[in-house]
Design a protein. Structure first.
Length: 391
């Protein structure tokens, strides 16, 4: 009799443990269709980033590393299938709405979040998300775009930052922009190439020149109109101011001609290697999403359109073109081959249509240095133009 009671007790405990351990694996528990993450880089730009693991409705644990300079808060969006209703979703015990972003604060180190999807008291699925915030400002990552050409990321390649490019020639290499990280970029570049390195700055915004002081022995090319945008202490006798038409020859058949495209800044340059169908665009025409041109007078868009027409004429006989952009994470469609050429054409058409009034962008407001500024967001094909008609 005692043996039977003991056996029944053990069986009962095993059943309880099994039911408790399988709470997340119940086939009838409501489950998310996806879990999306992102942050607001500005009030107008939401940047998405992925988790380390691919999401699956039946998998309960996820991790992600975020860069500290951008993520004092992030947005978690729990998504439900369309056929699931009448459920309650909580994030760390706060009730949230399905398919809507929920903003949470993030601190240095590990930040655990529990996302629970329930229908009734016992019918639930729990997801665990561990967000680790780190200082990645000294971490560089690179990828080979083509032979002798590298795309470089700072801040550990966390989305939302800038990109710069290293191109090897025969006798030297050319680094287009230097980003704004805080590590030993010069040493990292030496790990990619043994050639002496010169620098070409696409334009005078801080996220494209901040580490240029690490290249004191390099010739630094920059448009004369943007030189004054750099802090004086960064400028050395090795700086060389240039204008459109200037050619930088690094040997091995690689010759980059500077093409002017003023708008984003007065001295924005695109560097074109026509023989190899390659161009580094910085932010001059945007990064496959939009160009910020709302700081210039509206009438100055005529100059921008004319510059685009000149570039279009330069590349019209090329059989395709690869454009290396300053913020690769914004690129919606790879700007290679026919698409690279079409991008320039669409930007030209869009600018002309904005000037003629055929396209009127959507009104938006951005906050810069504590001031609210009105602008218009216009799009056509692959092109995007943010401008100010009242400027």
């Amino acid at each position: 009799m005692k043996r039977n009671v003991l056996t029944m007790t053990i069986a009962l405990l095993a059943t309880v443990l099994m039911l408790t351990g399988c709470q997340n694996s119940r086939t009838d528990a409501p489950k998310l269709s996806n879990l999306e993450l992102g942050y607001f880089k500005t009030n107008l730009e939401f940047v998405r980033f992925g988790m380390n693991e691919t999401f699956s409705p039946d998998s309960a644990s996820y991790t992600v590393t975020v860069e500290v300079s951008r993520t004092d808060s992030i947005v978690i969006t729990p998504r439900l299938p369309e056929d699931i209703t009448d459920v309650v979703i909580t994030i760390n015990d706060s009730v949230v709405k399905a398919n809507e972003g929920y903003k949470v604060d993030v601190n240095m180190g590990d930040n655990p979040f529990t996302i629970r999807v329930s229908k009734g008291r016992k019918n639930a699925m729990t997801y665990n998300l561990l967000v680790t915030q780190k200082d990645l400002s000294a971490v560089y990552v690179s990828e080979k775009v083509m032979e002798g050409v590298w795309r470089i990321y700072d801040f550990g390649a966390f989305p939302g930052n800038e990109n710069f490019y290293l191109v090897e020639g025969d006798g030297k290499a050319l680094l287009f922009d230097t980003g704004m990280g805080k590590g030993d970029l010069a040493a990292y570049i030496k790990g990619l190439t043994s050639l002496p390195v010169d620098v070409a700055i696409t334009h005078g915004h801080g996220d494209h020149f901040r580490q240029v002081d690490q290249f004191k022995e390099s010739t630094v090319y920059i448009h004369e109109k943007d030189l004054g945008m750099l802090p004086p202490e960064l400028i050395t006798p090795r700086f060389k101011t240039i204008r459109g038409g200037y050619v930088i020859d690094i040997g091995g058949g690689r010759r980059f001609e500077a093409l002017e495209l003023p708008g984003h800044t007065p001295g924005c340059l695109i560097f074109l290697d026509a023989a190899n169908k390659l161009a580094t665009g910085g932010d001059a025409a945007g990064s496959g999403d939009r160009v910020h041109a709302y700081n210039i007078p509206f009438d100055a868009l005529n100059i921008y359109a004319e510059a685009l027409r000149k570039i279009e004429a330069k590349i019209k006989d090329l059989d395709g073109l690869t454009i290396l952009t300053g913020h690769y994470y914004q690129e919606k469609t790879p700007l290679t081959g026919a698409t690279g050429k079409q991008f320039i054409t669409d930007m030209r058409i869009l600018t002309e249509k904005v000037l003629s009034g055929e396209i009127v962008g959507k009104t938006a407001y951005t906050v810069r240095n504590g001031q609210v500024r009105e602008l218009r967001q216009a799009y056509y094909g692959l092109g995007g133009l943010w401008y100010n008609p009242n400027n």
